[in-house]
Every structure is written in structure tokens, then in C-alpha cells.
Design a binder for this molecule. Structure first.
Ligand SMILES: Nc1ncnc2c1ncn2[C@@H]1O[C@H](COP(=O)(O)OP(=O)(O)OP(=O)(O)O)[C@@H](O)[C@H]1O
Ligand SMILES: [Mg+2]
Length: 258
């Protein structure tokens, strides 16, 4: 994936090859600016790669990937709509009539623990509650694959753990393929079947791919006490540490020249 043209072009990601099996939960970790969001955007069909291609269910991605649900790094709720309306609209744009869309939105909001908050506007909800609405908004169309970009980033550790448990319980009901980007190595290990480590950019690549054989169902805050969890953490951090240092070094470099 390249941004810009000619001599000023920036090669963000190069030679990346990654397969996600049906029902598999893959977490992507890597230093800031390495190209994690870029990779998700290519799968979502929001960016076209300079070379290579993405396939979803064997079909080449060209234009927006209709089967994908995308949870963005930033909050993307509409401030002028209630929680219920924010979720229902995801169906309405697909042609579902408003009464049915609202019924289904109501049921899903109950599943994410917001039955009592249907009529609240985003500014009347906590950060964790807004993330639950966004999760419902993504899931209501029943997407075949889930793309999640640091969805729980701004939340406190306790709330992140609860959101992780909620996500796993929804995911285990009908397993979809998931690409989950996070800065947080512990979050990656506790959620995923595989943790993929990307190197610092430019020309970021995949430098390690760890299978996480921790038993399911998992409880986020308990799995972290498991001895095997710490072995994974140590092994993956070993891969990640140098890349994180490189990324910070590159930023200092830019700062120094500016
Ligand atoms: N539209 C763009 N034009 C130019 N460069 C871009 C564009 N989008 C991303 N980049 C660059 O590509 C690289 C990868 O960006 P990306 O947003 O994918 O990183 P990231 O791994 O998601 O980082 P973070 O963890 O901070 O979210 C960065 O160096 C970024 O500056
Ligand atoms: Mg990003």
C-alpha cells in the first residue's frame, strides 16, 4: 500500500500476506503508524492497494466490501440520533422498513446490555455505553466478517475487559472471521486465536504470527492470570519491543528535523 505519487510516495505496507480462516479471530499488533488501519481499509475496500489484492470469501475486493462490518478507531455515532435510531439506521439504509429496523435494534441493544438506554443520545452515554451502541450498529446487519480497529482504545482497563467479554460472547454465538487491531498486547492475546505482529514502517511487513492455544470460553480478566498467558506475552513482546522502539525513534527523528 503506497500513499502519494513519484518521489514523495510513502510505502506504508509491503509484501504482507495474511489469511484468516472462517470463524477465526485474528489480532493485529504493531507500533503506531505501521499500517494496521491501512490493512483493514484495504480489506474493507476503502483503499485500493498499489500491488496485490484482498479477497473476501474468495472474491476479489473492488469497492466497498458489503459483507464486512467495520468498527472504526474513532467514535462514529450520529450525535443527533438516539442509541436506538443509531442502530436502526444501519438496517434502514439497506432498505429495511423503520418499524422492523427499530424492533431488531431494540433486541440487539438489549443483548449488549443497553435495554434501558434506547432513548439516550450519544452525549448522554458513557464511553463504554457508546462503544456498545457502535458494536450493535456493526452487528445488526449480520456481517460475514468483522473488522475492528482499536475499538476499545479510549476506555479504561476495567471497561475494556468487560467489552472484551461482551465481544467474545457475541462472537462465540455465531463465529465470524475477525480482524482486530489493537495496541494492547494483553488484549490481543486474551481475545484472539492468532496474534500477528507487524514491523515498524515504512514498508511494514508481518514479522511474526503466533497461535494462541488458550481454552475457550475465556473470561478476559481470568485468562490473564494463566501461566500460559504470560509465556505468550513474553514471546510476543520479544518480537514487538524492537519495532515499538524503532517507531518512537522515527518520530523523534521527524521531531528533530522539524
Ligand atoms: N491517506 C494517507 N496519505 C498519506 N499517508 C498515509 C495516509 N494514510 C496513512 N498514511 C501513512 O501510512 C502509515 C500507516 O498508517 P496507519 O493509519 O495504517 O497506521 P496504524 O498502524 O493504524 O497506526 P495507529 O496505531 O497510530 O493507528 C503511517 O505512516 C501514515 O502516516
Ligand atoms: Mg490506526
Amino acid at each position: 500500500m503506497r500513499f502519494g505519487l513519484g518521489a514523495s510516495a510513502y510505502e506504508a505496507v509491503a509484501g504482507v500476506s495474511i489469511d484468516v480462516a472462517a470463524g477465526e479471530f485474528v489480532a493485529i499488533v504493531g507500533p503506531t503508524g505501521c499500517g494496521k488501519s491501512t490493512l483493514l481499509n484495504v480489506v474493507a475496500g476503502l483503499l485500493a492497494p498499489a500491488a496485490g489484492l484482498a479477497r473476501v470469501h474468495g472474491r476479489r475486493v473492488a469497492g466497498i466490501t458489503a459483507e464486512a462490518g467495520y468498527l472504526f478507531q474513532q467514535d462514529a455515532l450520529m450525535p443527533w440520533k438516539t442509541a436506538l435510531a443509531n442502530v436502526a439506521v444501519a438496517l434502514e439504509v439497506g432498505g429495511v422498513a423503520t418499524p422492523e429496523a427499530r424492533e431488531r435494534a431494540k433486541a440487539l441493544l438489549a443483548r449488549v446490555g443497553l435495554a434501558r438506554f434506547l432513548d439516550r443520545y450519544p452525549h448522554q452515554l458513557s464511553g463504554g455505553q457508546r462503544k456498545r451502541v457502535a458494536l450493535a450498529q456493526m452487528l445488526i446487519r449480520n456481517p460475514a466478517i468483522l473488522l475492528m480497529d482499536e475499538p476499545f482504545g479510549p476506555l479504561d482497563a476495567q471497561t475494556r475487559g468487560m467489552m472484551g467479554d461482551l465481544l467474545l460472547s457475541l462472537w462465540s454465538a455465531d463465529r465470524k472471521a475477525v480482524l482486530f487491531v489493537t495496541h494492547d498486547l494483553e488484549e490481543a492475546i486474551s481475545l484472539a486465536d492468532r496474534v500477528v505482529v507487524m514491523s515498524a514502517g515504512p514498508s511494514s511487513r508481518i514479522m511474526a504470527d503466533h497461535r494462541i492455544d488458550l481454552p475457550r470460553p475465556r473470561a478476559i480478566n481470568e485468562i490473564r492470570l494463566d501461566a500460559a498467558f504470560h509465556d505468550y506475552r513474553r514471546a510476543i513482546w520479544n518480537d514487538l519491543r524492537d519495532e515499538v522502539m524503532k517507531a518512537y525513534g522515527a518520530q523523534d527523528d521527524v521531531g528533530g528535523r522539524a
